[in-house]
Every structure is written in C-alpha cells, then in structure tokens.
Design a protein. Sequence first.
Length: 169
Amino acid sequence: MADPVWTTGLGRHLATAVTLALLVACPFEALAETPAAPPEAGVMVDHVALYVADLDVSAAFYSQVLGLEEIPSAAKGRRWMALGSAQLHLLGGRAEPVPDQKSRHIALTTLSLEPVMSALKARGMTWEDFAGHVGQISQTRTDGVRQIFFKDPDGYWIEVNDAGKLSRP
C-alpha cells in the first residue's frame, strides 16, 4: 500500500504550509488576555475545522483536488481528513455564506503548482492571482514564490504556492 499523500512530497509540504498559515492567521485574543509562560513543549496545530454546507462535496473536493486522505471521524456529521501531522475537520450544517475576502485564506505550499492547476482544470475550476485575474499566477513575492488562489465548494479562499521548492537544495 502506498504512503498516504500527506506523509510524502506535495502532501507533506501542503500540510506544513496549512499549519503555519493557520498559526499566523487565526486570532488568539484569548491567549493574549492571560499572561503566562509559554508551554515547555511548545504548541502545534492539532486540527483545522471548517463549517461546510455539504460534507460529501467538501470531502470530495479536498480529496480530489488537494489529495487529502479521509480518516475516521469521532462523531456523526463530520468528516476528517489527514493534513500532515494535523487534521482538517469538516463540520456539516453551515447555512450562512462565507465572507468573500481573499485576504482571509488558508495557504498551502507545494514544490510545483502544475499538479494543483491540473486538478482544478479537471474539475472545471479556475484559479486567479491575488489581484483577481483569472488563470493568472501571482509572482509578487521577492523570493520568487508563485501563488494561485481559488475557492473551495463553500467559498473559503485557498492559496497554493510553490514555496516548498525553497526548502529543496
């Protein structure tokens, strides 16, 4: 049996990027209110939870487009996906729309954008650069990293960049 996609190659890099992006993007006001010494062992992301309208549609998207492998969930009305050493928890029942702000996104990284763009094309989906030009790739970072942006089935913005190539010799 092959290694799960999130333990090697593209999947490992995407999982690392999601973990780092969520640490930076998520508000931690509650932590700021309680001054305390940092934990001796440090903190790591355990899971990311997204409130979705249709569990089956969302699980298929994250599996087919981004290669996440579904893992057993502890509760009904949820689908869990392996995300490197973390997990993506899809929680069903969302009825309200997701805010349409590209600056609020999950950022993933990979060695090459081409497999992701091919997976999007195969599903009839498009990507855009940060400015909103469909089919374009953002190349504004000073380190040469390229970025594409697209929405998941619920309207959550996802960035995929090729910063994973920077960690390779």
